[in-house]
Design a protein. Sequence first.
Length: 323
Amino acid sequence: MLTTLKDVAKLANVGVSTASYALNGNKLIKESTRKKVLQAANELGYHPNGNAKNLKRSKNDMIGLFISGFTGPFFNQLLEGIQDVVVSHGYELVVCASNERHRMLTERLVDGAIILNYHIESELLKTVASEKMPLIVLDREIDHPHIYKALLPNDKGIKQALKHLEDKGHKDIGFIAGSTDSYDGETRLSAFKHYIKEHNFTTEQSAILRADFTEASGYETMKTFLKNNHHYPTAFIAANDEMAMGAIRAIKEEGLSVPTDIAVVGFDDIIIAQYLQPSITTVRVHKKQWGEQVAEAMLNILKGANADLILQPTMELIEREST
């Protein structure tokens, strides 16, 4: 017997309209109610059917890409890689950057979806994922037979950065982390902590800073640190290039030199990193390659092939003036 939205609402002890709003990510719904509805939908194996006109079709020839927003320079090459592959195989790419409504997901208006949006709850993804609606997540790990992961090898990138600084004679190295809700940011921080402990670095806990991935937050965080600490590490690694940019500006404003007093390494290799003064040593993420590999994996899944092991993109340390 087919499970309906009414069944979900009954199990969650809410109205049908409330259940619908909760599944579509409406912000008017309380978080506790949303979780209750998602849990009920998951328990019942409920999958929204979408529009009647779409029910007649076995496929829509569309792949959805769900991102948290278009801000920041990281996404352009990733999008280009995904689009090139998707379009070349006769599919359309639909890009959704909303954090509130996920109708394309919940009504299964796409044949498959690529997720790089930490605002979308994992429980919702578990609810919509099925054999006919496979998902690839780029920003988390979920145990589900129809949710595949394509994660960056962040640990390899951090090891390359630390090895580079170690070869330069640095043993006291700080870290600028991003916001805690970023999977990539937190795995980079974890890799950093593991490496410095394993190699007996002299990094103090106070030299592990917290910002939010923006240039402004990197600047403010480093400015505050330098004003409040007489001792500072001889080098810092930032979890992305934008924070590295801000940190360098703060270091220079304090009358210190980069890299003579403090060396700085970024992560991602955004285009502007090579044009700054000093130019930023960084870990290059081959973003277009990542997008191509993810898109190829999605198309293979839609054809019924196994994609449990999606290839990881290359990480490459690019040495410039900041070290």
